[in-house]
Design a protein around this ligand. Structure first.
Ligand code: XUL
Ligand code: CO
Length: 441
């Protein structure tokens, strides 16, 4: 195949659904964008997004080694010109992959300048370019965010810095990031803690830092209202890394923070698999917890390595994991306006451009299978019925009265004194439940 002018991913075709029997490794076996599941096209259930930072800025460097990625189009360093050229590369990738969305931090798409004003000019120039490509391709921005953690000014955090001018700078940066997200028609805006946390409690005024974080988020919400941005705000939990303790530890911590500070109407959760496991939770737990509280917003899809204790941000290929995720998402009515952002990076050993395709195809197929399996579990209804059976006593007289609030300790004491003991419990049948789930895989 002849390379189109300026083509970056030479020789890679548009990735198509070819079904499970295809021999091609550059095809979808399970993700068929328009196939209906529970009456809705797969693309609308899954709303896949590519993370600009990992896919187009990831270098493959790690704490022990230099960059490894071979990216033939990266010839102009971290300049504005390079950032502008990279937009075409990113959109070529997303068009060939067939995803509908992308996500970025301000500093992924445009380089930091010598001053805030210069950084803003860079961002404006790249935004114009992004907009052209969005219009050309129909690919949309799922969410934008600001990088408030890489620059040395953010050494002590941004909104929770001990330095008030750093707070002010971060506010200016988020103001601009919101405006750019709005200009690009972004469906959301994410707050991830970055360095909002602490390394040592002896030098930390936690109350003050948390108050500042809340003030910061209120200012963001106010500014969004002023500029007419109606996208969804998200808070992304992560328990640690880079700080020893991040204030956005897990969903329960974040939701408490939002409620305690009057932000609950404005902000939902953006839940990342590897962050959930770092917090000692399963992803299913985090989704379920956010869902039952009405805070399920969007997800950052990736996975960790059970033998490596940090945020390895690997592409998810485990169908059991994606089944669990999609089962909760279907239960709570879907993610829109959120979606599934692959906050994942190819391994530093996978340094060729084609590896970016293998990684995303694998993740998309894993989620497509998870979606179909979860829908089959729901259509069959046996799992739900078993759960309902387990709680059957709560549909009896006594259970209903307790749930309705018409019993008290005194009335329950009377009932149990009269009976002498509670009815015997039935088996939890965990193994049966687990075996049943495996029958759909
Ligand atoms: C970091 C992380 C971030 C957020 C956006 O672990 O997940 O990339 O998703 O700032
Ligand atoms: Co993330």
């Amino acid at each position: 195949m002849a390379a189109a002018q300026g083509e970056a991913f030479v020789g890679i075709p548009r990735i198509r659904y070819e079904g499970p029997d295809t021999d091609s490794m550059l095809a979808f076996r399970h993700y068929d964008a328009n196939e209906l599941v529970e009456g809705k096209p797969m693309k609308d259930h899954l709303r896949f997004a590519v993370a600009w930072w990992h896919s187009f800025r990831g270098t493959g460097s790690d704490p022990f080694g230099a960059p490894t990625m071979r990216r033939p189009w990266e010839t102009k360093g971290d300049s504005l010109e390079a950032a502008l050229d990279r937009v075409a590369v990113g959109f070529e990738f997303m068009e060939k992959l067939g995803v509908g969305f992308y996500c970025f931090h301000d500093r992924d798409v445009a380089p930091e300048g010598a001053t805030l004003a210069e950084s803003n000019r860079h961002l404006d120039a790249v935004t114009a370019r992004l907009r052209e490509h969005q219009e050309r391709t129909g690919i949309r921005l799922l969410w934008g965010t600001a990088n408030l953690f890489s620059h040395p000014r953010y050494v002590h955090g941004a909104a929770t810095s001990c330095n008030a001018e750093v707070f002010a700078y971060a506010a200016a940066q988020v103001k601009k990031a919101l405006e750019v997200t709005h200009a690009l028609g972004g469906a959301g805006y994410v707050f991830w803690g970055g360095r909002e946390g602490y390394q040592c409690l002896w030098n930390t005024d936690m109350k003050r830092e948390l108050d500042h974080l809340a003030r910061f988020m209120h200012m963001a919400v106010d500014h969004a209202r002023q500029i007419g941005f109606t996208g969804q705000f998200y808070f992304e939990p992560k328990p640690r890394e880079p700080t020893k303790h991040q204030y956005d530890f897990d969903c329960a911590t974040c939701i408490n923070f939002l409620r305690a500070n009057g932000l609950e109407k404005h902000v939902k959760m953006n839940i990342e698999t590897n962050h959930a496991t770092l917090a000692g939770h399963e992803m299913q737990h985090e989704l379920e917890y956010a869902g039952l509280q009405g805070f399920l917003g969007s997800i950052d899809a990736n996975t960790g390595d059970p033998l490596v204790g940090w945020d390895t941000d690997q592409f998810p290929t485990d169908i059991y994991l994606t089944t669990r995720i999609m089962h909760v998402i279907l239960k709570y009515g879907g993610l829109a306006p959120g979606g599934i952002n692959f906050d994942a990076k190819v391994r530093r050993e996978s340094f060729e451009p084609v590896d970016l395709f293998h990684a995303h195809i694998g993740g998309m197929d894993a989620f497509a299978r998870g979606l179909k399996i979860a829908a089959a579990i729901r259509a069959d209804g046996r799992l739900d019925q078993l759960v309902r059976d387990r709680y059957a006593s709560w549909s009896g007289d006594l259970g209903r009265r307790i749930e309705a609030g018409s019993e008290s300790f005194a009335s329950l004491e009377q009932a149990m004194l009269a009976k002498g003991d509670a009815a015997p419990c039935t088996s939890g049948r965990q193994e049966l439940f687990e075996n049943l789930v495996n029958t759909y895989l």
